[in-house]
Design a protein around this ligand. Structure first.
Ligand code: SAH
Length: 355
């Protein structure tokens, strides 16, 4: 029996790649501009709607390519602020989370880059059920496009801080960023994008070489190797010193100040001496420290609150280190990384067990 040929995911194509495909099909290259415009500016979900292409050509490309879509399984809106969180289902039934947040300077979106995560950070819900697969560039774009459509709001800035480790899906993430910042499409400035990493050192160098001008957020969470290795297994591979060297290189190369994330966890990293270690590590660096009260997740016993975070901020300020305590937007809707997906899937497992 003949099986249907697998259609190529057209949203994952950068403009130049799309142009090559179109020219290979014997069409003039401006057709690629038209298609790119329909997909990334006008956001159609059907080749039939690309009305400036002939019916014959539309037929031809729809036999070779597909326009994928996301299905919103859940929408949670915060009662405290304008934060909205979506649980999206992908076409293979995997799920990812996307969060839209409202700041004074505009609307920001936090997207996922993988289904699950291999990094194993002890306080993080995304990692509990392990890693399933990488997201394609198109699946990252769809989180932006679909949330903009459903909320009727335009995204002005983006953070790659949802489920997954973006530097563990390097090629797809870079491709996604190129499509998103393409002036023929959404045209989002790379300066308005932050990428958060647990610290995959060789990829930080690689990213610096690309010169994209992104802000790099580094999830540090501890300033000594012993504690950091305990809570973040990646630290066994790349120690703090190597990580900081890579961050300095990133700053020298791009001129973009590094933002260090520090989730305060009671009795683990919240003492004055921990603030001193952080000061010794970062002094002289042009950087910023973002303190987060660790979000409690059901499966783990780590806790902290705003009070501990503010106390830690005070310790740092006394040492002359610039720090802010991150606003905990959407805390009533479990807006932290991976919690909604985890909750939904463990409920489903429970339902299955009851059958
Ligand atoms: N893998 C990337 C990006 C995803 S996590 C990274 O490690 O940076 C986004 C941020 O949320 C990271 O700083 C991560 O350490 C933090 N995070 C994860 N779980 C958390 C929790 N329970 N409480 C507070 N911050 C958490």
């Amino acid at each position: 029996m003949l099986s249907e040929p697998i259609k190529k995911d057209i949203l994952s194509y950068e403009f130049e790649e799309l142009k090559d495909e179109i020219v290979r099909l014997g069409e003039p290259s401006f057709r690629a501009n038209q298609i790119f415009d329909w997909l990334h500016k006008k956001r159609v979900s059907d080749f039939g709607d690309m009305t400036n292409l002939s019916a014959q050509f539309r037929n031809k490309i729809s036999g070779l390519f597909c326009i994928k879509s996301l299905f919103a399984l859940k929408r949670l809106a915060s009662k405290q602020d304008n934060t909205v969180k979506y649980l999206y289902e992908l076409d293979d039934n995997n799920r990812v989370e996307t969060v839209m947040m409202e700041y004074e300077h505009g609307t920001s979106l936090c997207i996922s880059t993988q289904v699950g995560c291999k990094m194993g950070c002890k306080f993080c819900a995304s990692t509990i059920a392990g890693f399933k697969r990488n997201l394609t560039p198109g699946e990252m774009l769809m989180q932006v496009y679909e949330t903009e459509r459903l909320e009727a709001r335009k995204v002005q800035s983006l953070v790659l801080m949802g489920i997954g480790e973006p530097l563990d899906n390097f090629d797809n993430v870079v491709k996604f960023l190129r499509i998103l910042s393409d002036e023929r499409g959404k045209n989002l400035s790379l300066r308005h994008i932050s990428l958060s990493t647990c610290g995959i050192v060789p990829r930080i160098y690689e990213l610096a070489e690309l010169g994209l001008g992104l802000t790099l957020s580094v999830s540090l969470h501890a300033a000594n190797d012993e504690t950091r290795s305990e809570i973040m297994p990646i630290n066994n591979r790349y120690h703090i010193e190597e990580l900081i060297d890579a961050c300095k290189y990133y700053f020298d190369k791009t001129g973009r100040r590094i933002s260090y994330e520090y989730a305060v966890i009671d009795t683990v990293n919240d003492k004055r001496e921990n603030a001193y270690e952080l000061y010794s590590l970062l002094k002289g660096q042009n950087c910023h420290v973002n303190i987060i009260p660790v979000n409690k997740i059901k499966e783990r016993s780590f806790t902290s609150d705003r009070k501990s975070a503010n106390r830690f901020k005070k310790y740092l300020e006394e040492l002359g280190i610039n720090a802010t305590v991150r606003r905990t937007l959407g805390s009533d809707i479990n807006a932290a990384c991976g919690q909604l997906r985890r909750e939904y899937e463990s409920q489903e497992e429970g339902d299955k067990a009851c059958l």
